[in-house]
Design a protein around this ligand. Structure first.
Ligand code: PEP
Length: 252
């Protein structure tokens, strides 16, 4: 059975105290939830990772990083390496978020290097990708998604996929209030699984958790998560509010 995941990407929100408070609320809300085969993840900013890990200790809440640099160390002012994240207890790193691609010029090629650095350090990645509105309008969304996966992930050995979680996030649905329909999400997730099967095998394709991201809210989460190839969600805005986020967790 594939692992279900609800992951909250806090982006550049929540200072140290706000991060701690949100995790404490979440811990309390999840204390008596069975959460069988389900992971609950939050991604605070770099500067709040250590304190968030401490706050989340011995709970059902996992703390992950939003990004990292691909180099081991060196003259990369303002950057953080996989080793540095690992040293403070981080086990998972989000890579390839559309905001990183758009505002910080991340490319499939640089993301392939980041993925390699994550895996060399025995970390896991939640790898984000998805088409722009113009891609969907011009009916090239399947080709765009295929090329994003091919260029950044298909050089991996089959075994490495045990450390990869995918997050399909159509860019037109991120932070816009516009959600892909459950059918659109299912259609793309099934397609993603089919190209992974073609590149690798059915075992790899069946095992990888594929999250949907893009304006997931408590009101639409249940329908989206009910689709057979949707294994959970990467949540932005709604992850900043404990009632909304726990509503989404309950939907899974
Ligand atoms: C995201 O940033 O990954 C995201 C899905 O944001 P939102 O839920 O706000 O659309």
């Amino acid at each position: 059975m594939r692992t279900k995941i609800v992951a909250g990407n806090w982006k550049m929100n929540n200072d140290k105290n706000e991060s701690k408070a949100l995790i404490k609320h979440l811990k309390k809300a999840l204390k008596n939830e069975p959460l069988e085969n389900t992971r609950v993840i939050v991604a605070p900013t770099f500067v709040n990772l250590s304190s968030s890990i401490k706050t989340a200790k011995d709970s059902k809440v996992e703390v992950v990083a939003q990004n990292m640099h691909q180099a081991k160390n060196g003259a990369y002012t303002g950057e953080i390496s996989a080793q540095m994240l690992k040293a403070i207890g981080i086990k998972t790193v989000i890579l390839g978020h559309s905001e990183r691609r758009t505002y910080f010029n991340e490319t499939d090629a640089s993301l392939a290097e980041k993925v390699d650095a994550v895996l060399e350090n025995n970390l896991e990645t939640i790898f984000c990708f998805g088409e722009l509105l113009e891609d969907r309008k011009s009916d090239t969304h399947f080709a765009v998604v295929e090329s994003q996966l091919k260029n950044a992930l298909f050089h991996l050995e089959a075994d490495a996929w045990k450390s990869v979680v995918l997050a399909y996030e159509p860019v037109w649905a991120i932070g816009t209030g516009e959600t892909a329909s459950a059918e659109q999400a299912q259609e793309m997730h099934a397609y993603i699984r089919s190209i992974i099967e073609k590149q690798y095998n059915k075992e790899v394709a069946d095992a990888v958790s594929i999250l949907y991201g893009g304006s997931v809210k408590p009101a639409n989460a249940k329908e989206i998560f009910s689709k057979p190839d949707v294994d959970g969600g990467l949540i932005g805005g709604a992850a900043l509010n404990v009632a909304d986020f726990t509503g989404i967790i309950n939907a899974i």
